[in-house]
Design a protein. Structure first.
Length: 395
């Protein structure tokens, strides 16, 4: 579900499939109808299980600090589809996206929702012509609709288990999808990958004569994005920037820009004592748990959680239970949402309850830190001005 897309589809009588259909045939055909907007511009492509959004935000900040204009295509959205397409950190306007959707309404090739949004992003970037466009894969890599671009550099921050029903049940299978974004003669920057995944990435790169740039050291700077994993993501962005900017690269400008880089829902304090984090799989939950321990070693933790049923919710619970015994599970409207009752039954917490979006979460203790996690879709709903879930915290 892409929040806000239906209003454009309805206005311009656009019919798309909300299901996921991996493959490049449809998007390639649609872009041909649009005179191939993806064939112009300087692209950076990211694929990986976690770290894509943060790495993209860091790289965008570095490039802008060097005087370049930057487009970003993020996945998924934070508030709605407008913030998925950005120019220099500013979401695409309703007017601009409306004009693009009007043009897309003339496309005859049947598309999925995400393919439609991918095409919209590429049209926006063609029209606005940023110096660089940073594109984040929606799922996987090889068969993701974003893989129509020919990037100057690819980035794979991490590879772990997620979307196994589409990408496969082994690290090797998942790695083959992620490595599918590597292009001939174009370098790829990689984070710390499991050896099985690294083998696949290296084999793919070798077959395409692509240089593999590994992370040999992590920068030591104070970031607004918390957690040791974010320093690794920032370091990946630096390596990519060095390749893109060459002799124009300035270490001083890069490090200063990283200190101010932000991305919503990455251990973000949204209200006093309330932190939103979009962790929803093993790797991201591991990082969240470590960040909680690092930042709040002595304070009680309250976990507020809602998650999609196709995620590894049992492992997510077990990990979060190592830092908290106080849980609130939320029912929220989405066909993929795990019922709060199911999470309640699965939880081993001593203090647990069920609520919904239309309740108001009480303040349990001034010392207690509330961590809201499990689904980016849920975080966006909870932040909506239409809900008063955190009314007591706001006041």
């Amino acid at each position: 579900m892409i929040i806000g897309l239906e209003q454009y589809k309805s206005k311009w009588n656009i019919y798309t499939d909300s299901a996921i259909h991996p493959g490049l045939e449809a998007i390639t055909s649609a872009l041909a109808e649009l005179d191939n907007p993806h064939r112009s511009g300087r692209f950076i492509h990211l694929a990986g299980t976690n770290g894509k959004g943060s790495t993209a935000a860091f790289l965008s900040a570095i490039l802008q600090a060097h005087g370049h204009s930057v487009g970003n295509f993020y996945s998924p959205c934070i508030e709605d589809l407008h913030d998925q397409i950005q120019i220099n950190g500013e979401p695409v306007s309703r007017e601009e996206l409306g004009a693009v959707m009007e043009r897309l309404s003339e496309v005859k090739t049947p598309l999925t929702d995400f393919e439609l949004l991918t095409a919209a992003a590429l049209l926006v970037f063609q029209q606005r012509a940023p110096d660089f466009a940073i594109i984040e894969a929606g799922m996987g890599g090889a068969l993701d609709s974003t893989n129509v671009i020919n990037p100057e550099i690819s980035i794979i921050p991490s590879i772990s288990f997620d979307h196994t029903h589409f990408l496969g049940n082994t690290i090797e299978e998942i790695a083959r999808h992620k490595a599918g974004i590597i292009k001939k003669w174009k370098p790829v920057v990689v984070g710390e990958l499991p050896q099985e995944a690294m083998n696949i990435v290296q084999q793919t790169a070798d077959s395409l004569h692509a240089e593999v740039i590994c992370l040999h050291q992590t920068i030591d700077v104070i970031l607004k994005l918390k957690g040791a994993h974010q320093k690794k993501n920032a370091s990946l962005a630096i390596e990519a920037a060095k390749e893109l900017l060459r002799t124009d690269y300035s270490e001083e400008k890069a490090l200063k820009s990283l200190e101010s880089a932000v991305l919503s829902y990455r251990f973000e304090e949204v209200y006093p004592g309330v932190i939103f984090d979009g962790a929803h799989n093993k790797a991201s939950i591991d990082a969240l748990v470590e960040t909680i321990k690092e930042n709040f070693p002595e304070q009680p933790i309250h976990i507020v959680m809602g998650i999609f049923k196709d995620k590894d919710y049992q492992n997510v619970l077990r990990q979060l239970e190592t830092v908290s015994d106080h849980f609130t599970f939320i029912d929220f409207k989405n066909e993929r949402a795990m019922p709060a009752e199911s999470l309640f039954q699965e939880s081993r917490s001593k203090r647990k309850t069920i609520t919904n979006l239309y309740d108001i979460l009480p303040v349990s203790s001034e010392k207690e830190v509330t961590i809201v996690t499990g689904s980016l879709h849920l975080l966006a709903l909870l932040r909506s001005p239409n809900h008063s879930f955190f009314k007591h915290y706001q006041s």
